[in-house]
Design a binder for this molecule. Structure first.
Ligand code: AMP
Length: 121
């Protein structure tokens, strides 16, 4: 899938729509999810144009990949989640039910998060 420059996170990165920023470095940005699924729900994105974790891990440099995951850990520590614990999640593609086609990792925390996946009835 080609990267769409009009996706909502691309607009956030260009400053065209606001976000509640919690972390930024030269290559990554983290901001609060607009529809939080836990008391703490933050999204971490690379500033570069990658559609998904699949795109990122096949096309990004080792330095970009290392820097991104370092940023995820930095954000979690900044949010004081390391000790109580937290969950990270990346949705990829249709089966993963990815809604925004710019790579993002969700950080959830602030409560016991329950089972990893909803079980089929
Ligand atoms: P995903 O289903 O993994 O693609 O998740 C996309 C996430 O982006 C959802 O949790 C949305 O609530 C979140 N989201 C969509 N628009 C915005 C926005 N403008 N600011 C912050 N989060 C957003």
């Amino acid at each position: 899938m080609a990267y769409d420059n009009e996706n909502i996170f691309a607009k956030i990165l260009r400053g065209e729509i606001p976000c509640t920023k919690v972390y930024e470095d030269d290559h990554n940005l983290a901001f609060e999810d607009i529809n939080p699924q836990a008391p703490i729900h933050v999204l971490v994105i690379p500033k570069a144009a990658y559609v998904s974790m699949d795109d990122f891990t096949s096309s990004a440099s080792d330095a970009e990949i290392a820097g991104f995951f370092r940023a995820v850990g930095n954000v979690a520590r900044q949010l004081e989640l390391a000790s109580p614990g937290y969950r990270i999640l990346a949705n990829i593609g249709d089966d993963g039910m990815q809604e925004v086609d710019h790579l993002h990792v969700h950080i959830f925390g602030g409560k016991k998060l329950g089972p990893m996946l909803k079980r089929d009835a």
